[in-house]
Design a protein around this ligand. Structure first.
Ligand code: SF4
Length: 388
């Protein structure tokens, strides 16, 4: 165990991420660790859930967890029997605090009333729904399996089922989207009164169908000035609905921030289980083997599913903390960083921060450095400047 790490990095994790790497079919822009049903052998999902349960059991979690996030892939692809086995294992082997947040990601095309009831009845508190767009042509071009009507129906059911919170994902900067259509989608989603909205800028990831289509000249990236206009408009429209931006891509009503994701932005430890899942425990950041098949085989053979085990380095952890904290509106808390990494730890960064402040990209307020909206728009290049 690395001994020179700050105590917070060695504290027992209070969060658990569970990865479900299966989808009905692969979306054209998706580079997540997931496979479509056509590449999933019969019986594999059930065997995968058995493996997840075994990995979870072997974590021997004693401390009560504050958050659980079941993501993917498409967790809502699990049939009721697989879900019930997984949920039972979580309730048995992952003790939850009384006010724990438990999120399940859902694709509107996999909505199933009985599944939603199952989630709620075991204590799921939050559904994260991948709406992505409300334009039928765009949804089709992205190879999403749902229609705009599926999104509306899913939100109705989530609200009727009484989940304390839910999130809607929306993508901007899609080929052929245009500012007007984006704004009209956003307005329609905001009219559903979501307590939380996550707004993602489309990335052309290597190896995706969409990226190939761009290389072949069949689709074009949205112009940068349009993407900036979309982001700026989204910040205004969400604020008008009382959804406050608390991270570059995330907006929430008071009391509805995604607590699980805040663990990542604090660079705090967490458990991760499942194929391709990352975790960070005891000063080691690990990643499980990505293939569901190899994951199952390793667990069945009693072997560790971990493919990468990086012992955290104090300097690298410090820099990572700066980057993830700058994504959050709370920014970099000077006292907190000094408590964690020692007094004077920010001395070398301050001249850079002063330059950013002079450029209008950062502000210094109440003992914190945080990005302005102008800084958020160029955050990727700012983060590169922070790294050695
Ligand atoms: S549903 Fe989500 S995880 Fe699955 S392929 Fe589409 S974008 Fe990727």
């Amino acid at each position: 165990m690395p001994s020179d790490l700050p105590a917070y990095a060695l504290a027992p994790p209070r969060s658990l991420y569970v990865h479900i790497p299966f989808c009905e079919s692969k979306c054209s822009y998706c580079a997540f660790n997931s496979v479509g049903r056509e590449h999933t052998p019969s019986g594999q999902i059930s065997a995968y859930v058995d493996a997840l349960i075994r990995e979870l059991t072997e974590l021997r979690i004693h401390q009560p967890l504050e958050t659980i996030y079941i993501g993917g892939g498409t967790p809502s692809i699990l049939d009721r029997s697989s879900w019930n086995r997984l949920a039972e294992a979580i309730l048995r082997h992952a003790p939850l605090e009384a006010k724990a947040e438990w999120t399940v990601e859902m694709n509107p095309g996999t909505l199933h009333d009985a599944k939603l009831r199952d989630y709620r009845s075991v204590g799921v508190t939050r559904i994260s729904l991948g709406a992505q767009s409300l334009d039928p042509l765009i949804l089709r071009s992205l190879e999403r399996i749902h229609s705009p009507e599926d999104v509306f129906r899913a939100v109705d059911r989530i609200v009727e089922e009484g989940f304390p919170s839910f999130n809607l994902d929306l993508i901007y900067g899609l080929p052929g989207q245009g500012l007007q259509s984006f704004e009209s989608d956003l307005d329609a989603l905001l009219a559903l009164d979501p307590p939380h909205l996550a707004l993602y800028n489309l990335q052309f990831e290597d190896g995706t169908t969409l990226s190939l289509q761009r290389l072949g000249g069949h689709v074009e990236e949205e112009r940068e000035e349009v993407q900036i206009a979309m982001f700026t408009s989204a910040c205004e429209r969400t604020a008008a609905h009382g959804l406050l931006q608390y991270e570059i891509s995330n907006f929430a009503l008071p009391g509805h921030r995604a607590r699980h994701n805040e663990v990542y932005w604090e660079n705090a430890p967490y458990f991760g289980i499942g194929a391709g899942a990352w975790g960070c425990v005891g000063g080691v950041r690990y990643r499980n083997v990505c293939s569901a098949d190899r994951y199952i085989k390793r667990i069945e053979a009693g072997e560790s599913p971990r493919d990468e085990n990086d012992v955290l380095d104090r300097d690298a952890l410090f820099l990572e903390s700066l980057v993830v904290m700058l994504r959050h509106v709370n920014g970099i808390d000077k006292s907190l960083m000094e408590e964690r990494f020692g007094s004077g730890c920010l001395d070398e960064s301050i001249p850079l921060f002063q330059r950013w402040i002079a450029s209008g990209w950062m502000h210094w307020r109440d003992g914190r450095w945080a990005l302005t909206q102008a800084g958020q728009l160029v955050s990727d290049s700012l983060f590169l400047e922070l790294l050695p």
